[in-house]
Design a protein around this ligand. Structure first.
Ligand SMILES: [Zn+2]
Length: 907
């Protein structure tokens, strides 16, 4: 309401400088994005905002104060022209023209009639150039914001900046298109009052400081995380407009950039952050706004298809009456053949990556090769040398801020949130990729564990329920890539394995470079438009993992867009590839789908595309993205769509890996007894190796109750039913593997000598508390990961539901086998302390399932209750050779009896 009143008052206002000062003050309110200070919504921020407004008002007054006296006299006679206002300013020319005050650095922006015309659109792009990991994912170097379509228009004496909504399509031939704005209102982002006009009346000047140093164009303040309300998360506070300032303005032919240091203040934080936060009360985020010209026509958009994984623009056709009125367009580069008639042609303009001179010299060749390896995939789509990778010289004359340059940079952050990211900027209207940057983190190539401070979590990059962030409505680009972290974990595992196998440092160095190559391939894949394909590792057979033929082909997975396990052979003499070093068959196929030029005739083109996509049931072309994968205990249903697995027999691969780990642990200590070293290398190796067992248990456990998922069109070659339960045989094999490697009494047994040396180097006072390695806590954590998946209400319900369409391993039998795996082996002997923890943990979970408190349905509750009675009987008849076992068995029975008969609370 208030905004509307203010705007109306603007419209009646005659332009003069006194009023302009007032207008800028009000503009501060309008474009500040937040309610005025009197609002009761955010009392804490209210004062802050009031300050912002006062500041803006003061600034505006200051700016004008020198000229004001003079102007007061002249105002009724003549307004100052644009040319007069900026005569002593620095001019920055390009897509948009800016003027910068030489004395106070103030920034003005010029808009011409041509830029304000109806239908002239610009793409808004935001990127964090520097920041702080603690503030959140969108606040670290290289994070892209979701792009937007902006238009500028003149309404009386104001310039309005509007964000358009590109999510809907109306067929122009349909009469409905005349109502295409029904309930789809664009967003008015800012209103800037015109300060001066050019002499010829075609160009207008507005205050750019208010526009770019506020949250008008993008949200800078982090949103509260609804899942963490009242937590002690780091809180940067609100934007301090006194401290926020302009860093840089650039204007190129196709884009203009304005870089601002947004400074956040929190006068009394409860969490001061880690070492990377210099002072917890104030944090600076360097952010670059870009305004980009709409690309020339001639780009050929391509409709998305559920069988291939491209990032896409979600567009709904509101004139289409079908059940799926989608016109989603994939993200792809504009690649046009120089010679359209040639089967293989170079592109008019290749996709060029510049490897920034920050990249360690040793790694440049691997990164360059990783980028260029994509050319083989483009050749199958008809393009030769589609991708270029150049090393950026130290004396370049171009600027990385120019949208025309795609840069691969290398950084070493104190708290890396990723090992590498490959965000891309795509035109929201067409899906055309316009720019991209890849950032790689040095941590990838180090031995540093990311979570070393928590022994029981270290080396377990697994999600628990609720970990999956929902950024879908946020302005921050939602995709997250953990490939770098996974590859780092893999490389640490590979290095520990190779050391334990007596490999040379040269061999270990080669492994590191192979991992780097895979990382580069993966991140470049994202910048070409490809999303994750967590099912791809099913695309190569278990038998082919270490063959010469596979080594020659260069891939261990249908796609490099998966997070694969590293491929390490227990027999060094038969070692094949460790990592994937070439795009796989899925990658070739996806690139052909995305990039092969269309046929002129629409009917032939549709047939061509369908013939290509009709191959989707070929094993090497399997696809499933992050939304399908089973990292989250309650997410996904197809166990083949999973991270950290490998080959088309992931269960057997996992069993091999767990055996391999157990063998390496036997002599682990001797591998790291290097004179002069602390025991940190041993400790890291222990965490990494045992962590691999836990990760592989997560791969295996998904098969219990798993359902194979297929997405095809009816009549397609090899099409199967969308849902097919995993065979009972494979489910039972998974259960048996869990019993042997995760739940068995000796599953986590290591020598006393090893445990005695799992020490971390002292740093200051960090050893506060219990420095003992805490073996019991780590073991039960790793065991409970698998248990929590089997017993999750959604998974158990699926075990039951899928009995209606072929599952022959119903939940009652699953629990029967689980009880046997956890209780039978030591019924007649001592129950060791790890097993005591496990058995009581399991009983506690069964009690929760039986109670129905977690949402388990009646048949599932019955199955759990049955197991509780059975365990109680088994324990009554069991032998207790020592007092600890006797105490434990009594404890188990006490829990069950009180749970069933309610005689007393076990708390
Ligand atoms: Zn990724």
């Amino acid at each position: 309401m208030k905004e509307l009143e203010v705007k109306l008052s603007f419209e009646n206002m005659r332009l003069n400088f006194v009023r302009w000062a007032f207008a800028v003050a009000v503009l501060g309110i309008l474009i500040g994005f937040s309610p005025p200070a009197s609002s009761q919504d955010t009392p804490q921020d209210g004062a802050e905002e009031k300050k912002v407004e006062e500041k803006k008002s003061d600034e505006a007054k200051d700016k004008k104060s020198e000229k004001k006296g003079k102007k007061d006299e002249e105002e009724e006679e003549e307004e100052e022209t644009l040319e007069e206002v900026v005569k002593d300013y620095d001019k920055i020319e390009g897509l948009f023209t800016f003027y910068r005050n030489k004395e106070d650095g103030g920034l003005l922006m010029e808009l011409s009639d041509a830029q304000l015309e109806d239908g002239i659109e610009y793409i808004y792009h935001g990127v964090t150039l520097n920041g702080a990991a603690e503030v959140g994912f969108g606040y670290i170097l290289g994070s892209y914001r979701r792009p937007a379509i902006l238009t500028f228009s003149k309404r009386y004496e104001n310039i309005e900046i509007v964000k358009e909504n590109p999510s809907f399509y109306f067929d122009p031939d349909n009469a409905l298109s005349r109502a295409s704005h029904a309930n789809i209102q664009p967003a008015l982002m800012a209103v800037a009052s015109i300060m001066a006009k050019s002499e010829d009346g075609t160009r207008y000047l507005v205050d750019a400081d208010s526009l770019f140093q506020s949250e008008s164009l993008t949200q800078m303040s982090p949103s509260a995380d609804p899942g963490h309300e009242g937590s002690s998360d780091f809180n940067p506070g609100g934007i301090n407009s006194d401290k926020t300032h302009l860093i840089d303005v650039k204007s190129f032919a196709r884009n203009s950039t304005v870089t601002v240091d947004f400074v956040f203040d929190n006068s009394a934080p409860s969490n001061y952050g880690e070492d990377d936060i210099t002072d917890g009360r104030t944090v600076t985020i360097t952010y670059q706004h870009s305004l980009i010209a709409t690309p020339e026509p001639g780009f050929e958009p391509r409709l998305d298809d559920q069988r291939v994984g491209y990032f896409n623009q979600r567009i709904t056709d509101l004139t289409d009456t079908s059940v799926t009125p989608y016109r989603d367009l994939i993200n792809k580069w504009r690649l046009i053949k120089k010679d359209p008639s040639a089967a293989l042609s170079e592109p008019v303009k290749p996709i060029t990556y510049w490897i920034e001179n920050t990249t360690p010299i040793d790694y440049r060749a691997s990164i360059q090769a990783g980028v260029l390896a994509w050319n083989s995939a483009f050749e199958k789509a008809g393009f030769k040398n589609a991708v270029e990778a150049k090393i950026m010289p130290d004396d370049v004359d171009w600027d990385p801020a120019d949208v025309d340059y795609n840069v691969i940079r290398w950084v070493s952050s104190p708290q890396p949130m990723y090992g590498g990211i490959g965000p891309r900027l795509a035109n929201p209207r067409t899906g055309e990729i316009l720019a991209t940057d890849i950032v790689l983190e040095q941590v990838y190539a180090t031995n540093r564990l990311i979570y070393t401070d928590i022994f029981d979590k270290a080396a377990l990059p697994l999600w628990t329920e609720g970990d999956r962030p929902d950024l879908s409505k946020n302005s921050i680009q939602a995709e997250m890539c953990s490939a770098g972290l996974v590859i780092q974990q893999n490389t640490l595992f590979g290095m520990a394995s190779l050391r334990a196998q007596g490999a040379t440092e040269k061999e270990i160095g080669d492994l590191v470079k192979e991992g780097l190559f895979e990382l580069a391939l993966h991140e470049v894949g994202h910048t070409l438009g490809l999303m994750h394909n967590m099912k791809a590792s099913q695309g190569v057979s278990y038998e082919a993992m270490h063959t010469a033929e596979t080594k020659e082909k260069g891939y261990l997975s249908g796609s490099v867009m998966d997070y694969m396990a590293i491929n390490v052979n227990a027999d060094r003499s038969k070692q094949g590839l460790y990592y994937t070093v070439a795009p796989g068959p899925y990658d070739d196929w996806a690139i052909e789908f995305g990039y092969k030029p269309s046929l002129a005739d629409p009917v032939s083109e549709a047939a061509r595309v369908e013939a290509l996509l009709g191959r989707s049931m070929e094993p090497a072309l399997a696809f499933g993205n992050d939304a399908d994968d089973m990292r989250n205990p309650a997410g996904g249903i197809d166990p083949r769509t999973m991270v950290s697995d490998l080959s088309d027999d992931a269960i057997q691969f996992a069993i091999d890996r767990m055996n391999f780990v157990d063998d390496r642990l036997v002599d682990l200590k001797s591998t790291y007894e290097k004179s002069g070293d602390t025991w940190d290398n041993l400790r890291t190796a222990y965490l990494i190796l045992t962590g691999q067992k836990a990760i592989q248990s997560r791969v295996i456990v998904n098969y219990i109750g798993g359902v194979y998922l297929e997405r095809t069109v009816i009549g397609q070659d090899g099409a199967k039913a969308p849902y097919t339960p995993v065979s009972g045989e494979d489910q039972r094999k998974a259960m048996a593997a869990l019993e042997e490697y995760i739940f068995a009494p000796n599953a986590w047994q290591v020598s006393e000598d090893l445990v005695q040396h799992l020490q971390k180097k002292r740093r200051g006072y960090e050893q506060w508390g219990n420095e003992d390695p805490g073996m019991h806590a780590r073991t039960i954590r790793m065991q409970s990961i698998a248990l929590s998946v089997v017993l999750h209400p959604r998974n158990m319900q699926r075990m039951l539901d899928s009995t209606l369409y072929g599952n022959d391993y119903p939940p009652a039998e699953v629990l029967q086998d689980l009880t046997d795996a956890i209780f039978v082996a030591d019924l007649r002997s001592r129950v060791n302390s790890h097993r005591q923890n496990l058995q009581l943990h399991y009983v506690g979970q069964l009690i929760a399932v039986a109670s129905g408190d977690l949402g388990h349905s009646f048949p599932l509750q019955s199955a759990a209750l049955h197991q509780l009675r059975r365990i109680e009987r088994m324990e009554r008849q069991a032998k207790s050779p020592d007092v600890a076992t006797s105490a434990h068995r009594g404890h188990v029975r006490y829990w069950i009896e009180t749970a069933i008969y309610g005689e007393a609370s076990r708390q």
